[in-house]
Design a protein around this ligand. Structure first.
Ligand SMILES: *[C@@H]1O[C@H](CO)[C@@H](O)[C@H](O)[C@H]1NC(C)=O
Length: 419
């Protein structure tokens, strides 16, 4: 993979992230309808594939296949679960040990240890059915937005829910919603971002009027699966409706174009010291923040895990860029493999998105052991990407590269530079 000859990214790329997302709808030109059809077919959503697989009599891969595994593998997976609350938990290894069932296995375990099955009197068969559907609806062919990312975010969320500052105040409902939202927050992600869906006139873009298109779809898909599985059907209608609404509010908070809105509110609360976690509304806000942190926590993990996520997310961007090239569309920012290197993308992402949020989270936890660990990794990983960028920059380019020089490629942010 070539990482060289890349200009240093400037503030512009990431500062304009939100502007780009908001203005994207206004800028996109007509796309020839034949192209549109081809792109749509390429992105045909997983649920339809399942339907046709079922029609063809093919049995989808289900968590039931777990019993085929070697006892030794299951033993190792069970051993890993005994340390599920540790920050260096290796979700890639866990996914291999569970034969690709990391999300279902992790969620069942967490629901048990958090006492949620007992508290909400959940039917284990329905729970398993629901989680199996969620896991299946993630696209395993996406390098990044797949069920392992969902499991990773869920594991991070669990760590955050255990933060002393939060844990004592949270109700079982809070914990239930936090874990559910984490597990389902990217379900049926097509592996391309919102601007792409808008410019190719994807049906989801018109359905959700070009606003939080992906997040709305993740949420509505989750609600569909909740109802189909009947997981909450034993609860009074007003309670289960409230749960669905709160899940929506949590999943929609992961829309990166709303990053500043949340960051500013969070900072204001910390400055005024007016967070009152006895209030359900304040706890809900902190669940939104915790989920946002979990969603973008990759750079706060130990280097070996962090690096794998970085390469995966960039691979997904590059694939979108390749699709755009193939269909003569403008290549989106950060999606051009020839111009946007992994280290450059990561340094921009860390500097303008991850650091500002985690600095406030660090402050909120006062700071906890975990947040000190995360900040340590964050700074080390950023330094490491800087080294890699320099090492791969030819000397003639390097001589002219300074972070505060204007970006020769011009501005333009990108909506989904965030996992
Ligand atoms: C969404 O964006 C497309 C493409 O720019 C535009 O034609 C359409 O009118 C927009 N829809 C809404 C509801 O804004």
């Amino acid at each position: 993979m070539k990482l060289c000859c890349v200009p240093v990214p400037t503030h512009a790329v990431f500062a304009l992230t939100c502007v780009f997302v908001i203005s994207a709808s206004a800028q996109q030109g007509e796309v020839e309808s034949g192209t549109r059809r081809k792109v749509k077919r390429l992105l045909s959503f997983q649920r339809y594939c399942h339907a046709s697989r079922l029609l063809r009599g093919l049995v989808p891969h289900t968590p039931g296949s777990l019993h085929l595994l070697d006892d030794d593998y299951l033993g190792q997976a069970a051993h890993m679960l005994s340390k599920v609350g540790t920050w260096n938990f290796d979700i890639f290894l866990f996914d291999r040990l569970t034969n690709g069932n990391s999300l279902v296995t992790l969620m069942c375990h967490l629901f048990n240890v958090c006492g949620l099955i007992h508290h909400f009197q959940l039917d284990m068969v329905k729970l398993h059915r629901f989680l199996g559907m969620v896991q299946e609806d993630y696209h395993s062919q996406n390098p990044y937005h797949n069920a392992v990312h969902a499991a990773d975010v869920t594991q991070a969320m669990y760590c955050y829910l255990k933060e002393p500052k939060l844990a004592e105040q949270l109700s079982p409902l809070d914990v239930f919603l936090g874990l559910m939202a984490a597990a389902a927050h990217d379900v049926d992600h097509p592996g391309v971002n919102q601007p792409f869906l808008i410019k190719t006139r994807h049906h989801l873009a018109s359905l959700y009027q070009n606003t939080s298109v992906l997040e709305s779809h993740h949420w509505r898909s989750t609600v569909g699966m909740l109802r189909e599985s009947g997981l909450l059907s034993h609860l009074p209608a007003d309670i289960s409706q409230d749960m669905e609404q709160q899940l929506g509010s949590l999943i929609l908070a992961t829309d990166i174009s709303r990053q500043n809105e949340f960051l500013l509110t969070f900072r204001e609360h910390l400055d005024n010291q007016d967070l009152d976690l006895q209030l359900a509304s304040h706890r809900h806000f902190m669940l939104q923040i915790a989920l946002k942190c979990a969603d973008i926590c990759n750079p706060c993990r130990v280097w070996e895990l962090s690096r794998q996520w970085s390469e995966r997310v960039c691979e997904e961007f590059y694939r979108q860029g390749d699709l755009e090239r193939k269909f003569d569309l403008e290549i989106s920012p950060l999606c051009n493999q020839q111009a946007d290197s992994v280290p450059a993308i990561q340094i921009g992402f860390i500097s303008y998105i991850v650091e500002p949020l985690f600095e406030e989270w660090h402050r909120f936890t006062e700071p906890s052991l975990l947040s000190q660990t995360m900040m340590g990794h964050l700074h080390k990983n950023k330094a490491r990407w800087s080294c890699l960028r320099c090492a791969h920059t030819p000397s003639d380019v390097q001589a002219h590269s300074h972070a505060d020089e204007p970006n020769p490629k011009g501005g333009g942010g990108e909506g989904e530079n965030i996992p």
